[in-house]
Write a protein that binds this ligand. Sequence first.
Ligand code: NDP
Length: 294
Amino acid sequence: MRCRFTAAEANEKVIIPHQETNCLSPMPEQYAVLGNPVSHSKSPLIHAMFAAQTGQDISYEAIEAPLDGFAATVRQLREAGYKGCNVTVPFKHEAFALAQRHTPEAATAHAVNTLLFADDHILGHNTDGIGLVQDIQHNLGLALHGKSVLLMGAGGTAHGVILPLLQAGATLAIANRSLDKAEQLAASFHQYGKVTSSSYAALDGHVFDCVINATSSSLSNALPPLPEHIFSAGALAYDMMYGRQTPFLEFAARNGAATLADGTGMLVEQAAAAFEFWRGIKPDTRPVLARLRT
Ligand code: NDP
């Protein structure tokens, strides 16, 4: 299953360089997002808007890889001349294993959401945390330095956001339904900053400046068992889920969080970081974010 937006569809006023010239013009360089399922992905639209805005001659499509066929799909893309791909659920750990080299973000996360196909190797990167921190600090205007952050969840995406949160100067507590995973995750990041683990029950009596839902609980309209008094005065409640009201954001609104945010900004910012990683040019995320929000 493939779904593709061209830059022209993203912005009808944009002239695509290869369409302006003759038939000897090079084909656009090809990128894709691989996932299963992936038909819901907004990445083709986002990257088409970035390409239109920056004048980059690329194509970008959503490709559903078979659950047992991620590596084979990547091989086919490389053979077809693709330059890279994004990776989403459930392939981020497989993508990490497939990459022969890793950026520091990917190496610490043990998860990859962006692959760059070089001639002789595959380079794995992780832009989830870069996108989250950019959204909180730049788009929402909330500095993380010195702030206490509760990160709920210990899955693929939580892995990717810990290092950038610590690098931004936050102190981190990780809570997860399966406590052993939170403990292992916290232990593996000790060297990078102040990070602890907790069960949900043990959070009672603690408050945080920022509470981030990196669980997939919102997908099933569930809410992790948070104590009601978890938000400090002025706290941010951030749900990585996007495009719908979630039980966590409703809980946060009822229990005193000052700012509520869904994951739309993170989605656009992690895409921008991937685009820059591939193309060496940073797109302006503001118009893209505004378009997605309407
Ligand atoms: P994973 O499947 O890797 O991890 C799921 C996590 O959620 C686990 O820690 C799991 O706990 C926990 N969990 C699941 N259900 C519940 C529940 N009912 N109560 C408490 N905890 C629960 O998912 P990902 O890390 O890939 O994705 C997490 C979320 O982030 C998703 O909602 C996804 O849509 C979103 N996301 C958003 C992005 C963006 O750009 N905005 C980018 C990527 C992801 P346990 O270990 O105990 O099973």
